[in-house]
Design a binder for this molecule. Structure first.
Ligand code: GN1
Ligand code: MG
Length: 338
């Protein structure tokens, strides 16, 4: 790490690892130049870390001239002026730490409104930015047809014992395959547009702050998967992570409930920024967005479980199976909202 610190010209006083995301390694540092977040980019998943670097810098430059007051995680430059470092087979990048806090479960609908407003504002502030300029950091990331296909492949080639024990869940996922057709119809519709999309709008990717006695969303973080995409990705992951009273790690499924007030608040918060951008056809797909994302995440977790956790990893036996069961239950309680 010392070599990395030197490249930024930092004298590091303290540093510690943060354990939030599933994909990258994140450190919080206190240096002579201030507080920073340093991250290694998981290049087994993001095959081209330089694409992420390119995208964030393009957006950064656009915002600097078009919306200078928008709070954004600009990349920190090394003493040589680089924003991505390759060192001993790993990739590093850093951001100035923004003063705020992240939540993993929401307590009330006001927070849901604030979070959704932040993600809506992110797409809104970039509505005149040419999204086709962005590089595709993860091809087919939210392509539900592909995710279903990967699930079917895992059923053929994955761990036999794990598959045997998950028969009921497999059957549940198969009987909900109609979401894949709905997704295809949605993306092919002429009133559906691709925009700058965050693609990882889980609740811990918004920072909050107390401002004049009110809890306000202040910015979005984790921009690795910012690419052209559909609004159902962003609304969907908010539904998946904002409405529920427990996280995707919760194994006791009886605890899991969703909150209709938070669902309303997500719509209102997002539309407070995006109302004029979305077509009527898109507006009619708010509820579907949640079904699409929760179903896709259930598929992704169970697929990884059958594939012996090669993508998400697992700190304990069966962790991705628990996550998949959690998402299946979430889909059931979410559907009961309608
Ligand atoms: C991964 O690592 P993190 O927490 O940013 C995943 C998301 C999933 C999420 C589930 C690149 O995000 O798509 O929704 O885990 N990111 C990637 O917690 O696969
Ligand atoms: Mg992420």
């Amino acid at each position: 790490m010392e070599s990395i610190f030197k490249k930024y010209g930092w004298e590091v006083k303290t540093y510690s690892q943060l354990h939030q995301g599933l994909i990258n390694c994140t450190y919080e540092l206190s240096t002579n130049k201030g507080e920073y977040i340093l991250q290694t980019v998981n290049h087994h998943i993001f095959k081209h870390p330089e694409f992420i670097d390119f995208n964030i810098n393009e957006i950064s430059a656009y915002l600097a001239s078009n919306a200078p007051d928008y709070l954004f995680t600009h990349l920190e430059k090394t003493t040589e002026g680089k924003t991505l470092i390759e060192w001993e087979g790993k990739y590093y990048r850093a951001f100035k730490k923004i003063d705020g806090y992240a939540l993993s479960v929401l307590e009330n609908e006001f927070q849901a409104f604030e979070a959704a407003k932040q993600f809506g504002q992110f797409t809104q502030v970039l509505s005149k930015f040419d999204a086709t300029k962005l590089k595709i950091t993860l091809p087919d990331f939210h392509n539900l047809s592909l995710r279903y296909h990967q699930f079917e492949q895992a059923l053929l080639n994955g761990n036999k014992q794990r598959i045997e024990l998950a028969k009921m869940d497999i059957s549940f996922l198969k009987t909900h395959q109609h979401y894949v057709d709905q997704y295809q119809k949605f993306i092919q519709h002429k009133e559906v547009k691709q925009r700058v999309t965050h693609h990882d709008t889980k609740i811990s990717n918004v920072l909050f702050k107390q401002l004049k006695g009110l809890e306000k969303g202040i910015c979005v973080i984790d921009l690795d998967t910012v690419m052209p995409g559909y609004f159902i990705s962003d609304i969907g992951d908010m539904c998946r992570t904002c409405l529920c009273n427990v996280t995707e790690e919760e194994a006791n499924l009886n605890l899991l409930t969703v909150d209709a007030l938070k669902w309303e608040a997500i719509q209102k918060g997002y539309l407070s920024e995006m109302q004029s951008e979305l077509s009527n056809f898109e507006l009619d797909h708010f509820f579907f967005a949640g079904q699409f994302m929760i179903y896709m995440q259930a598929l992704r977790f169970i697929t990884d479980h059958f594939n012996m956790d090669i993508y998400y990893g697992a700190k304990k036996e069966g962790q991705n199976y628990i996550r998949a069961l959690n998402q299946i239950r979430l889909l059931e309680v979410y559907n009961a909202l309608k």
